[in-house]
Design a protein around this ligand. Structure first.
Ligand code: BES
Ligand code: MN
Ligand code: MN
Length: 463
């Protein structure tokens, strides 16, 4: 172990140089103009996996973006880890808000700034370096590993379910390891045991059959932007609760134990509000901020489209208006059920003055993972060694829909071992990865693989 840790220490500069190369590839999955870059990124990863000594490198095409696979299965009798991550990234616009170019990774104040630095190329790279440390120093891993790195996570992992279904035996493993989330705070490592799900909807309104002069026609027909605003405004009551009938019906209540544990976490609403630049927080009454973001469902308007938005003034009564609305879901809500509830409710409250269509764009299921599993207990021990501090348990508000599919299709639980930070600007300008977390993450990765066989064996004995 000591020689592996010295190796990591001695190779820090090289790690950064390599990661910068990976981050230079603009693998934006939602934009077809970047399809070539996605391909180049998958190729880069495959090549890198081969170079560090992984085996059986394969590129699985999908109708959209390829899945990169590699394994190392030369530890008979030892546990097998399925390492999941994604190499695709979110768009970078608005470009002018980046301090340095998003695809030219730059170190400032101990942080590496680039799109994908934290979500998720940097975190995938952490484990590649953890594995490399073993493969370059004696050549053997203490466990078997299968790596599954996809290119469609940021667009809803559309083709991954099918792939997992069709490769059940091929992907057989004892647990999934995912580093695609955050620690509780800088210097406060954590294990994530819950993720929210998602149902992403679009509402399209059509009023008059063409744009109208707002003077000649204003006052005679319902402006679709106004009608849309009225619909959106009705979705929450004065207590911040969602008004859709049945919305909270399947919500698994927070246990008294969880509520007590969350109250003990180092948290300050005032500081949080200040950091976000808001005078006051907003949300469902009766729950704390952490409870609301980790364990309560929400309805959010992501975007609203309609009418004249150019410079200056144009007097127009528009024909159309649309909104992108997502629901974050918690156990035991189901995205399909929630999408139908939403559709039904919007249809019911829509005024007769406009035509309304509601579309279900995509969804993903919420997840809770067991914290007493040997995988999680290994992660606790590895984090303690990698960061010198015992981790705490938390949930997250974001979504990784494949977690539930891994459980349902492969029958295995995921260990959510995040090395990001809550304020790392994921999906926004100036995304960064904290370099202490980067190197701490690589140490943690090495400890995780080393200790997993012991925790698995101990768990088997007590069964
Ligand atoms: N890495 C995030 C998920 C995440 C965010 C986990 C914050 C924990 C904390 C992932 O890349 C992501 O952005 N997921 C999408 C899912 C969607 C596209 C189906 C999300 O949460 O919006
Ligand atoms: Mn991610
Ligand atoms: Mn993301």
């Amino acid at each position: 172990m000591q020689s592996l840790l010295s190796f990591i220490e001695a190779n820090q500069d090289r790690y950064l140089t390599e990661l910068k190369e990976l981050l230079a590839i603009p693998s934006v999955s939602t934009d077809p103009a970047h399809d070539g870059d996605i391909r180049a990124c998958a190729d880069w990863l495959a090549e890198h996996m081969r170079n560090i000594g992984l085996q059986n490198i394969q590129m699985f095409p999908t109708p959209r973006h390829p899945i990169v696979y590699a394994d190392w299965l030369n530890a008979p009798g030892k546990p097998t880890v399925l390492l999941y991550g994604h190499y695709d990234v979110q768009p970078v616009e608005p470009l002018e808000l980046w301090t340095s170019p998003p695809f030219d990774a730059t170190v400032r104040d101990g942080r590496l700034y680039a799109r994908g630095a934290s979500d998720d190329k940097g975190q995938v790279f952490i484990h590649l370096k953890g594995l490399e440390a073993y493969l370059r120093n004696g050549g053997d891993l203490p466990v078997n590993v299968k790596l599954l790195i996809e290119g469609e996570e940021e667009v809803g992992s559309e083709h991954l379910d099918q792939f997992v279904l069709e490769h059940k035996d091929f992907l057989k493993a004892d647990l999934v390891l995912i580093s695609d989330s955050s620690m509780f705070a800088k210097g406060v490592p954590s294990i994530c045991y819950g993720l929210r799900g998602l149902a992403y909807m679009e509402i399209d309104l059509v009023g008059p059959n063409k744009d109208l002069h707002s003077g000649s026609f204003g006052g005679t027909v319902h402006n679709p932007i106004q009608a849309l605003a009225e619909i959106i405004a009705q979705l929450h009551d004065k207590n911040g609760r969602v008004t859709i009938p049945g919305f909270y019906k399947d919500v698994l209540p927070l246990s008294a134990k969880e509520r007590a544990a969350y109250k003990k976490l180092p948290w300050n609403d005032k500081k949080y509000a200040k950091e976000l630049g808001v005078a006051e927080l907003y949300g469902e009454k009766g729950f704390t901020t952490l409870e609301r973001v980790w364990a309560r469902p929400t309805v959010e308007c992501n975007g609203i489209i309609g009418g004249f938005t150019g410079d200056g003034a144009k007097t127009v009564l528009p024909s159309k208006a649309s909104a992108k609305i997502s629901m974050r879901l918690v156990p035991n809500q189901k995205s399909g059920v929630m999408a139908r509830l939403f559709q039904k409710h919007i249809k019911k409250i829509a005024p007769k003055t406009v035509k309304v269509t509601v579309r279900d764009l995509h969804g993903g299921e919420p997840a809770i993972t067991p914290i007493e599993s040997p995988g999680v207990q290994t992660a606790v021990s590895a984090l303690e060694k990698g960061f010198g501090k015992k981790p705490l348990y938390q949930r997250e508000g974001g979504s990784i829909p494949i977690v539930v599919q891994f459980k349902q299709i492969l029958g295995i639980d995921s260990v959510l071992l995040g090395f990001g930070l809550p304020d790392e600007n994921a999906h926004a300008p100036d995304e960064f990865l904290d370099l202490e977390n980067f190197f701490g993450g690589i140490r943690t990765s090495v400890h995780f693989f080393n200790e997993l066989p012991h925790f698995m064996a101990a768990a088997r004995k007590t069964k």
